[in-house]
Write a protein that binds this ligand. Structure first.
Ligand SMILES: Nc1nc2c(ncn2[C@@H]2O[C@H](COP(=O)(O)OP(=O)(O)O)[C@@H](O)[C@H]2O)c(=O)[nH]1
Ligand SMILES: [Mg+2]
Length: 143
């Protein structure tokens, strides 16, 4: 089981669907959602400190946390050192690398600021780029 954390619109639900070869359009996630193999979380939980404890507690049900950073999002959305709050290893994933204006280097710096260690994964849920590397890694980790 993996848990996906990241701001609203970062591509968490799309990534889960893409990993599972599910082509449904991602609907807005309004509560913590257990699907097969992945825990999807509302972006608001990563953006509002009063929800952090809920994320940390829910992470105990997962083996690994994927911290999702949108390659097109230049805002600082993840607080400094955010990764340290989780009781599970946190792996950084940059999404939307296909999108116009995607800036992988900026996204990389955002994940580093959040206290996550490299290597990161760079993916697109739309084109499928990078997904194989990520799914192979997850299979190896037996999450
Ligand atoms: N270009 C592009 N858009 C994406 C990608 N993944 C998600 N999106 C778009 O980003 C928006 C938010 O996606 P969603 O999965 O709902 O984000 P969540 O709030 O983190 O669950 C949607 O309009 C998606 O179509 C991607 O890999 N590439
Ligand atoms: Mg969602």
């Amino acid at each position: 089981m993996i848990m996906l954390v990241g701001p609203v619109g970062a591509g968490k639900t799309s990534l889960i669907n893409a990993i599972h070869n599910d082509c449904r359009k991602a609907e807005k996630t309004s509560s913590i959602c257990f699907t097969d193999g992945a825990i999807d979380t509302p972006g608001e939980y990563a953006q509002m400190p009063r929800f952090y404890s809920a994320l940390a507690v829910t992470a105990t049900s997962a083996k690994l946390v994927l911290m999702i950073q949108d390659a097109t999002d230049r805002r600082i959305t993840l607080p400094p050192g955010f990764a340290a709050m989780f009781p599970r290893p946190v792996v950084g994933v940059v999404t939307k690398i296909d999108a116009p204006g995607a800036d992988q280097e900026n996204a990389r710096l955002r994940l580093l600021q959040a206290g996550i260690q490299e290597p990161f994964f760079y993916v697109s849920a739309h084109t499928g780029a990078g997904l194989e590397k990520l799914t192979e890694y997850l299979a190896r980790k037996e999450v």
